[in-house]
Design a protein around this ligand. Structure first.
Ligand SMILES: [Zn+2]
Length: 245
C-alpha cells in the first residue's frame, strides 16, 4: 500500500502503542521481558505497589519523567499531527502511551487511555477511588518525587500519585473512545502488540465496512482482524502513507 486516500466524508481513528514511543527511545515493560531497569511490573505499576511503598513507585515514575523529557517526537508522531491538521474533527487519536510526544508533535484531538506521565492526582480521586473519593482533578505535574517526605499532599490529606492507569485499574475515557470508533471509516493501529485488552479489541469494535490498517515491524496477535497489514517501523511507514491523504 503506497498511500491512504481519505474521502471528504470519512473519519479516521488512530490507536498508537509502545512501538511509537520506542522509536523515540522510550522503553516499556514488554520490550524487556516484564522487567524495566530491574523492576517488575508488580513492584512499581500496581495499586498494591503504591500501598506498599509509594516512594519506590514515585522514584520509578520520576525516572520515566526524566527519560521522557529527553526524548523527542519522531516522524510517526509528526505524520499523525499533520494528518490531524488536514482532517480536523474527522480525526481522533487514542494512545496507550503515557508520554507527551504526540502533544509535542502538535496533536490535539487525543486521549491517553492509560494516563499521562506529566500529570498527577490525589490518590483518593479518579476512577476506582471508592465511595469516600476526593473530587479534586488531575493536574499537570513534571515534578520529581524521590522520597516519601517530598511526596505532595492533596487538601484532603491524600498523597499525590501519578495519573497513570496501573495494572488492575480501568482505562480512561472508554465511552468517548467507543463513540469515536463507532463512527470511524478508517482505523489505523500503530506499533501495538494486539495482546493488551481492551485496546486489542478496538479493531473488532470498528464497523465491518471500516478499513482496518495495522502498521508495525511485527505482526500483531490480532492480525486476522485487519483488512491491511503494513510491515515496518511507524516512523518510516506513516509519513508516506498519510501524505496527501
Ligand atoms: Zn484529595
Amino acid at each position: 500500500m503506497q498511500r491512504m486516500r481519505i474521502g471528504p466524508e470519512e473519519r479516521v481513528f488512530v490507536l498508537t502503542g509502545a512501538g511509537v514511543s520506542a522509536e523515540s527511545g522510550l522503553r516499556t515493560f514488554r520490550d524487556q521481558g516484564g522487567l524495566w531497569e530491574g523492576h517488575r511490573v508488580e513492584e512499581v505499576a500496581t495499586p498494591e505497589a503504591w500501598t506498599e511503598d509509594a516512594a519506590r513507585v514515585w522514584r520509578f515514575y520520576s525516572q520515566r519523567r526524566r527519560d521522557a523529557r529527553r526524548a523527542e517526537p519522531n516522524a510517526a508522531h509528526r505524520a499523525l499531527a499533520e494528518l490531524e491538521q488536514r482532517l480536523d474533527d474527522r480525526f481522533f487519536l487514542c494512545t496507550q502511551n503515557v508520554d507527551d510526544l504526540h502533544e509535542r508533535a502538535g496533536s490535539r484531538r487525543l486521549v491517553h487511555m492509560h494516563g499521562e506521565l506529566f500529570a498527577s492526582r490525589c490518590e483518593f480521586s479518579g476512577p476506582g477511588a471508592g465511595t469516600s473519593a476526593c473530587a479534586s482533578a488531575p493536574f499537570p505535574d513534571d515534578a520529581l518525587y524521590e522520597t516519601e517526605e517530598v511526596i505532595a499532599h492533596c487538601t484532603c490529606g491524600g498523597r499525590i500519585r501519578p495519573h497513570i492507569v496501573w495494572f488492575g485499574e480501568m482505562p480512561l475515557e472508554m465511552e468517548r473512545i467507543e463513540r469515536e470508533i463507532a463512527r470511524a471509516t478508517t482505523m489505523l493501529v500503530v506499533g501495538t502488540s494486539g495482546a493488551v485488552y481492551p485496546a486489542a479489541s478496538f479493531v473488532h469494535w470498528a464497523g465491518p465496512r471500516a478499513r482496518r490498517i495495522y502498521i508495525g515491524p511485527e505482526e500483531p496477535a490480532n492480525a486476522a482482524a485487519f483488512t491491511e497489514i503494513v510491515p515496518g517501523r511507524a516512523g518510516e511507514v506513516l509519513p508516506g502513507l498519510v501524505e496527501g491523504a
